[in-house]
Design a binder for this molecule. Structure first.
Ligand code: ZN
Ligand code: ZN
Length: 264
């Protein structure tokens, strides 16, 4: 019997966190420009974008897994197949336990990435290594291909670790803008999120892809910075408008009849 292999990008950001494309724009791009069958929306500390994507995915012929990239005290952690949002700021073990309690699977994203908070790293800029025994047993899979990393050496290190510990491999683009969608992906037997989940539990996934490269890194960085700037500009204008509105209000005196010296 022929085994059908499908592609899933399991690490995607939208405008619900620091991505630059909405859930709808992500789905439209994936449908038109990639051969991905499944994507996981994994915004930082929110599942709002993932829920929105899952709600409208049917129209695009794509299946969506609700995920979250949680900012734990020990680095980023991907939770896939979530029902409820997980709060940031807890330890890795607390977050992993809370994810599993609702049936989610837990993945270590970019575990050896520098400059981003990663579970395999410690210290300023992630220059130190955290002992494997402190985090490997807490995850169900390792992201062995993250397309957003600057060097494939950190991915190779993650792949060696996953092989040594017998953990399934996961690939994702870590896309923050449309052109990088699908640059990292997970190959799995079957077609659906349920097939993918089963493949992860049985260790039958493969991770592959390319890196963003200098051009996409520069584009994504510029777009994210522009979005931050626009948000600050909008906030500043809102504050300004509120102040102007306050100034325009008629001044009502709080001084009682009899004047300020009219104490009784
Ligand atoms: Zn991350
Ligand atoms: Zn990410």
């Amino acid at each position: 019997m022929e085994i059908v292999l499908s592609k899933a990008d399991l690490h995607v950001h939208t405008t619900a966190s620091d991505g630059t494309a909405s859930a709808r724009e992500v789905l439209a791009h994936v449908a038109q420009h990639t051969d991905l069958r499944v994507i996981a929306i994994t915004d930082h500390d929110t599942i709002a974008g993932a829920r929105e994507a899952q709600r409208i995915a049917n129209a695009y012929g794509i299946e969506v897994i609700v995920g979250e990239e949680v900012s734990t005290r020990d680095g980023h952690l991907l939770a896939l197949f979530l029902e409820e949002e997980l709060p940031p700021g807890r330890s890795l073990s607390e977050t992993a336990a809370a994810a599993r309690a609702q049936g989610a699977l837990v993945v270590a994203p970019h575990p050896f990435g520098y400059l981003v908070r990663s579970v395999g790293r410690t210290g300023a800029f992630g220059l130190g290594l955290r002992a494997e025994r402190l985090w490997v047993g807490l995850v169900d899979a390792v992201e062995t291909w993250n397309a957003g990393l600057w060097s494939s050496r950190t991915n190779a290190r993650a792949a060696r670790l996953a092989a040594a510990w017998g953990l399934p491999a996961v690939g994702g683009s870590d896309a923050h803008h449309l052109p990088t969608l699908g640059l990292g992906y997970t190959l799995f037997p079957g077609r659906t999120p349920a097939d993918l989940r089963q493949a992860l539990l049985c260790g039958r996934t493969r991770a592959a892809g390319a890196l963003w490269g200098v051009r996409h890194s520069a584009e994504a960085g510029a777009l994210i910075a522009w979005r931050g700037l626009s948000r600050r500009q909008i906030r500043a204008e809102q504050i300004c408008a509120t102040t102007r509105a306050d100034r325009a209000k008629p001044v009502t005196s709080t001084i009682e009849p009899g004047g300020p010296t009219g104490a009784r």
